[in-house]
Design a protein around this ligand. Structure first.
Ligand SMILES: [Zn+2]
Ligand SMILES: [Zn+2]
Length: 348
């Protein structure tokens, strides 16, 4: 089979790898699509670890192609997505249903082979723990590939209690900021205020339903958020991993509101000053979120096929032979989500 392989930072190649077989308890997935994540790009830049020689890709959809001995509840031909977290199912977090926090967590695409290949052998523990999730017939495999970042976004929105009439301020309209906009809108949030320095992305945010779109380099973001909300936003989402953006983001929240540091920040970055009275007298909740529970994945596949503009997030499409180009496209920040696609797999 053909595979895109991560060798070392800046070094991604296309190789022939033996096609895997499903062992006991495992399944083999024929990959339909796998999308690149900002964290894959951080690996490529040498800012985050992945095992040398691993096949990247943790945002994966496909069709069950082979069942290993003893697998129940799945059938060949099932259209599925994966929650890419291999969890121990025994630690305190796993027992709480928070496998995304498992102390022994391994992740497809970083520690174990992921989706940038024709086939993927899905580990037995992933099958056992319900991390192979069937998708509705109405959800195409290309869109299904972005279930993982969408589930992360749903987890973020739910952590911030976003529902009908929740005011939101989103710092950064990259792919993840825009997902917060689209899914927040779908959950009924409003007003939604987006701050983004790139004009093209501001235009997109406006077209995709943001109530107010601001340029942080020219506009008074705090003033506009206060005008629109009275006391500040109920929920502030920081979707850009730049430390210096945290203090101004903290100034946008209302007392008892929530600020979620959704983005990952560089290791060893500058410390961020903050006023502890924001938390004490303001009772502001300052939190972070990473990944999502299995249940949030399950609910996400029911949601994303019905969200206006959602498929427009898929801007750059590549074949597996073009894997290295897919990485370069993200470095150049061209478009929004880059997808490695396997044409002909999604036959419904
Ligand atoms: Zn991801
Ligand atoms: Zn665990």
């Amino acid at each position: 089979m053909r595979a895109t392989v991560f060798n070392s930072p800046g070094n991604v190649t296309v190789e022939d790898r033996p096609t895997p077989f499903a062992g006991p308890g495992e399944i083999r997935l024929r990959v339909g699509a796998a999308s690149l994540c900002a964290s894959d790009v951080r690996v490529y830049r040498g800012e985050k670890y992945a095992a040398p020689g691993v096949i990247p890709g943790h945002e994966i959809s496909g069709v069950v192609d082979q069942l290993g001995e003893g697998v129940t509840g799945l059938a060949e031909g099932d259209r599925v997505i994966l929650c890419p977290i291999v969890a121990c199912n025994a630690c305190r977090y796993c027992l709480l249903g928070r496998r995304n926090r498992c102390v022994k967590r391994q992740t497809l695409g970083y520690d174990l082979d992921g989706g940038f290949a024709d086939y993927l052998r899905v580990p037995a523990s992933l099958v056992e723990t319900g991390h192979v999730i069937k998708i509705p017939d109405s959800l195409p495999l290309d869109l299904a590939a972005i279930t993982e970042p969408s589930a992360c976004t749903l987890a973020s929105l739910e952590l911030c209690d976003v529902g009908a009439g929740t005011s939101m301020a989103i710092v950064g309209a990259g792919p993840m900021g825009l997902m917060h906009l689209l899914l927040g809108r779908a959950l009924g949030a409003g007003p939604i205020i987006v701050s983004e320095p790139v004009a093209e992305r501001r235009a997109l945010a406006a077209r995709w339903g943001a109530d107010i779109v601001l340029d942080p380099e020219a506009d008074d973001v705090r003033g506009a958020v206060m005008d629109a909300t009275g006391e500040g936003a109920d929920a502030v989402i920081v979707s850009v991993g730049i430390n210096a953006l945290v203090p101004p983001a903290l100034s946008l929240v209302r007392p008892q509101g929530t600020v979620n540091l959704f983005a990952g920040f560089p290791k060893g970055g500058d410390p961020v000053p903050f006023d502890p009275n924001l938390v004490h007298y303001g009772e502001v909740i300052l939190t972070g979120s990473q990944n999502a529970t299995t249940d949030q994945y399950r609910r996400t596949v029911q949601l994303i096929g019905h969200v206006p503009h959602y498929d427009e997030l898929l801007t750059n499409r590549y074949t597996v032979e073009q894997g290295p180009e897919a990485y370069e496209s993200r470095l150049a920040l061209a478009g929004l989500k880059s997808l490695v696609e396997f044409p002909g797999v999604d036959e419904r």
